[in-house]
Design a protein around this ligand. Structure first.
Ligand SMILES: NC(=O)C1=CN([C@@H]2O[C@H](COP(=O)(O)OP(=O)(O)OC[C@H]3O[C@@H](n4cnc5c(N)ncnc54)[C@H](OP(=O)(O)O)[C@@H]3O)[C@@H](O)[C@H]2O)C=CC1
Ligand SMILES: O=C(O)C1=N[C@H](C(=O)O)C[C@H](O)C1
Length: 274
């Protein structure tokens, strides 16, 4: 039986990419069960497949998650941080599995997701691509090798001009991986950009730098700067399909799993051979 998926944020860049990937069976075993966005989304009540630029889905874009959420197997959410926190209690109550790609969640919003994950299975990740999840592993490995050897970590991310949050969810994942390798608490060492007269760089710091412009899909570089050499680990997404395919693979993986908060590392363990 196909896994019944609801796409939340269906009128957005990622929502349309997800719907196209489902309709074109980029990940087998899925059925589009619902497509939900806000009440003022362009194309409300029209066929979600056609709106996404692919074949008709037989499912219309709607604004009421209640109509499709309880009867779905998985909700794949690329919407907005407010919506994530607001929807958490009812998704938990329905027991529908939830794959969250939405970024920019604050501590309170993350707490709402954690509470939901006590009642239903949730995969939460700032980046669903295979490449970035492998890169996180490599960054932690690199940082563990370079720990206490004087290599400064800085993270540079570049995205399109329509992105709302910074630093990106991916940059935070990469920063977390570096901090884990160095045995540091990320919250204690994170510095967002530098301006004015910040003075000499302390050793125990991870800097984040957000560049915005044009239609850049998503570039990330982790710099480990030593004296006499510079190591850079980079990833460039050239298509949103990589995020959508990862999220849909996570949807297949999480359907029917026990209530818990999972990461893409859990969902991709078998793929990455970790
Ligand atoms: N984890 C990953 O791999 C990736 C994560 N992302 C993240 O996914 C999110 C969406 O990105 P993107 O598609 O580019 O953004 P868009 O703004 O193009 O799409 C988001 C859509 O969700 C709608 N929306 C906002 N709040 C709600 C809600 N409560 N219920 C239903 N729909 C809602 C928006 O409406 P409106 O425009 O009116 O606000 C918009 O149509 C971002 O947080 C982004 O950072 C993006 C790519 C990959
Ligand atoms: O908003 C985006 O576009 C992206 N957001 C994610 C993030 O915040 O890291 C993932 C990807 O880089 C694209």
């Amino acid at each position: 039986m196909a896994v019944k998926v609801v796409v939340l944020g269906a009128a957005g860049r990622m929502g349309k990419t997800l719907i196209r990937c489902i309709m074109e069976e980029k990940v087998p075993g899925l059925e589009l069960h619902g497509a939900v966005d806000l009440w003022d989304a362009p194309g409300l009540n029209a066929d979600a497949g056609v709106l996404a630029g692919t074949k008709a889905a037989g499912v219309n874009l709607i604004s009421n998650l209640e109509e499709v959420g309880p009867s779905a197997d998985v909700i794949v959410d690329f919407s907005g941080h407010f919506g994530v926190a607001g929807n958490a209690p009812r998704i938990a109550e329905w027991g529908t599995a939830w794959v969250i790609g939405t970024t920019g969640l604050n501590d309170e919003e993350i707490a709402a997701v954690e509470a939901a994950a006590e009642k239903t299975a949730v995969v939460l990740s700032g980046n669903m691509s295979l490449g970035i999840n492998l890169l996180c592993h490599l960054v932690e490995l690199g940082a563990r090798s370079l720990k206490d050897k004087g290599y400064d970590v800085e993270i540079i991310e570049r995205h399109h001009g329509l992105k709302k949050d910074s630093p990106s969810g991916t940059a935070l994942m990469l920063g977390q991986a570096a901090a884990d390798g160095y045995d540091w608490d990320l919250k204690e060492v994170q510095v967002d950009g530098r301006t004015g007269l910040p003075g000499e760089r302390p050793e125990k710091e991870i800097g984040f730098h957000a560049v915005r412009g044009g239609d850049i899909v998503g570039d990330h570089t982790v710099m480990m700067a030593g004296v006499g050499e510079l190591l850079e680990l980079s990833h460039r997404a050239t298509s949103r399909d990589v995020f959508a395919i990862g999220a849909l693979q996570a949807a297949v993986w999480v359907a029917g799993k026990e209530a818990r908060l999972y990461t893409m590392k859990d969902a991709m363990k078998h793929v990455l051979g970790l």
